[in-house]
Design a protein around this ligand. Structure first.
Ligand code: SF4
Ligand code: SF4
Length: 147
């Protein structure tokens, strides 16, 4: 009986304390600005220098480029990251000379199939809602005022 009363006392005491839990996934978690989340890729900034591919410790980036139709240099054709093996180490974004690839605060990669973890250029480009503040100027304004 004494144990029950003690237990109820602990329950009542804790009922009045502020919550330490989150209502995830109903309410998304806000991550710190330096969080290393899933990358955003901007094809218009990529100069196809291959530095991100070379530095990647898990070999999870693959890209192809082609000659620029009008001027010197290359343009990106395909850009894929395999998130089965990406360790979100940030090295690809650190070496990128043009900030074509930047980290975001997006951490949600849960999928039903492993194939879905293979993200292509379009997907990475659209992953642009939680870009780190320091990189948010990276977004190119699209016609119609949409970022
Ligand atoms: S975050 Fe690291 S592991 Fe992931 S693609 Fe970039 S360099 Fe590779
Ligand atoms: S390092 Fe940057 S500019 Fe160079 S290929 Fe990778 S994303 Fe493109």
């Amino acid at each position: 009986m004494l144990g029950l009363i003690k237990g109820l006392g602990v329950t009542l005491k804790n009922m009045t304390k502020p919550k330490v839990t989150y209502r995830y996934p109903d309410e998304p978690l806000e991550m710190p600005d330096r969080f290393r989340g899933i990358q955003h890729f901007d094809p218009e900034k990529c100069i196809v220098c291959n530095q991100c591919v070379r530095i990647c410790p898990t070999d999870c980036i693959s890209l192809t480029g082609k000659k620029h139709p009008e001027k010197k240099g290359k343009v990106i054709d395909t850009y894929d990251i395999n998130f089965e093996i990406c360790i979100l180490c940030d090295l690809c974004t650190e070496v990128c000379p043009t900030e074509a690839i930047v980290m975001t605060n997006n951490y949600e990669l849960a999928v039903y199939g492993r194939d879905e973890l293979f993200k292509d250029l379009e997907w990475l480009n659209q992953n642009n809602t939680k870009i780190r503040k320091e990189n948010s100027t990276n977004l190119i304004k699209k016609p119609g005022g949409k970022k």
